[in-house]
Design a protein around this ligand. Structure first.
Ligand code: ZN
Length: 338
C-alpha cells in the first residue's frame, strides 16, 4: 500500500550529488503514488520487457514529481542499517564455513528449461540467519571488508511482535527464487537456513563472486524508528582499498538497483523510504562488506521498517511478501535483459 499524506509533503531539495538517483526513485514515487500503477505498466516493461524502458520512463515523469520531504536523510537514519548492512567481512576463509549444517550454502536450483533468463545466474543473499541469535560469539568475530573490519554477521532485527528479519528474508528470497527459476534463471542462495549461523559477510560476497553471478541481491528489512517507513535499495559506492575494489561494479549495480526500486514500487505500492535517501529509495554506501567485496553487480534492499507498525503489517503478510518478491524479480529481469 502506498501511503500518502505526510510522506508526500513539499520537497526539500538537498545534496545535489544525489540528483541522478533522485531521478529514478523520485519518478518511482510519482508514478507509484500519484499516477498509479497503470502508468507504470504503460511506461515500464512489465518485467518482461527490457529494462531500458524503466530508465527511459523516468525523466518523463519527473516534472510531475513531488519528492517526499520527511525524514532526515542522515546517512544512516535507521538504527538497523549497519546491522542490516551487515558487517564486513574480510578474510573470508573459514568464517562462514564454521556455521554450516549438513548442506552447502549454495541452494539447489531447478530453472525452467527455457525462458528469458536462461543462462543467467542470480545469487540471492537472504540477510542474517535465524540461527545467528544462538551464535553471537561466532557472528561477532570481526572480518576484513577492505576498508576496515566489521562483525562477521548480525542477528538482524524483528518486528515488535517478534517476527524475525531472518525469517522474513528467507521467505522473500524463496519466493524470489521461484519467480526467477520460472524465467529460466539459475539461482543460488548464500544460505537457506541450511547452516547453524552466518555465513559471514565476506563469504556472502564470495559466493556471488565465485558463481560469477550476473546479479546479486541481498534481502533485508530495516529496524528503524516508529514512523520511519518505506523501502530503500543500497548501492555500492566506489571503494578501492585493501581487498575491496568496487569500481567495476558501481555502474551496473546502480542500474540493477534503480530497476529494482522502480519495479518494487509498482509491485508493492510501497513508497521509498521517508528517512534515508531523500525520498529516492536509493542509498549509496561504502561501509558494507557484502558490497565492498563484491566483484559482480550487487545491491541490498531494505524492504521496509520492521519496527514501524504499519510497515510491519505489510512485512508480516505473505501476500505482501509475494508482491515484494515480484517487484524484485521484475527489476532483476529488467536488468538482465537489458
Ligand atoms: Zn538486515
Amino acid at each position: 500500500m502506498s501511503y500518502v499524506g505526510p510522506d508526500f509533503d513539499p520537497p526539500q531539495p538537498r545534496r545535489s550529488h544525489l540528483r541522478r538517483p533522485l531521478t529514478v526513485a523520485v519518478a518511482a514515487v510519482a508514478v507509484g503514488a500519484v499516477a498509479g500503477w497503470g502508468v507504470w505498466q504503460a511506461v515500464g516493461d512489465s518485467g518482461g520487457g527490457d529494462g531500458g524502458s524503466d530508465s527511459a520512463a523516468v525523466p518523463q515523469t519527473r516534472s510531475a514529481t513531488t519528492p517526499p520531504a520527511t525524514g532526515e536523510p542522515t546517512a544512516s537514519g535507521d538504527a538497523d542499517n549497519g546491522d542490516d548492512g551487515d558487517g564486513g567481512d574480510g578474510d573470508g576463509d573459514g568464517d562462514g564455513d564454521d556455521g554450516k549444517k549438513a548442506s552447502p550454502s549454495g541452494s539447489s536450483s531447478a530453472p525452467a528449461a527455457t525462458g528469458p533468463l536462461k543462462g543467467k545466474v542470480v545469487v540471492i543473499d537472504p540477510g542474517h540467519n535465524p540461527g545467528n541469535f544462538q551464535h553471537t560469539t561466532e557472528i561477532n568475530r570481526r572480518v576484513n571488508i577492505g576498508t576496515n573490519a566489521k562483525e562477521c554477521d548480525t542477528t538482524g532485527t524483528t518486528t515488535n511482535d517478534g517476527y524475525p528479519e531472518a525469517e522474513f528474508t528467507l521467505d522473500v528470497s524463496r519466493r524470489l527464487r521461484t519467480l526467477l527459476e520460472q524465467k529460466g534463471a539459475t539461482v543460488k542462495f548464500t544460505q537457506d537456513d541450511d547452516r547453524d549461523w552466518g555465513p559471514c559477510i565476506d563469504e556472502r560476497a564470495r559466493i556471488g563472486n565465485e558463481a560469477n553471478a550476473d546479479a546479486v541481491v541481498s534481502i533485508h528489512a530495516d529496524g528503524s524508528g516508529v514512523g520511519n517507513r518505506g523501502f530503500h535499495v543500497i548501492l555500492p559506492g566506489s571503494v578501492n582499498e585493501g581487498a575491496a575494489d568496487t569500481r567495476p561494479i558501481v555502474t551496473p549495480s546502480r542500474d540493477l538497483g534503480e530497476r529494482i526500486a522502480g519495479h518494487f514500487v509498482r509491485a508493492t505500492g510501497s513508497a521509498p523510504s521517508n528517512y534515508v535517501g531523500d525520498g529516492t529509495g536509493i542509498v549509496t554506501r561504502t561501509d558494507l562488506g557484502g558490497l565492498n567485496l563484491s566483484t559482480v553487480p550487487k545491491v541490498f534492499i531494505e524492504c521496509g521498517n520492521m519496527r514501524d507498525t504499519k510497515d510491519a503489517a505489510q512485512l508480516t503478510s505473505g501476500t505482501w511478501r509475494q508482491k515484494a518478491a515480484q517487484g524484485i524479480s521484475d527489476g532483476i529481469t529488467s536488468f538482465l535483459k537489458n
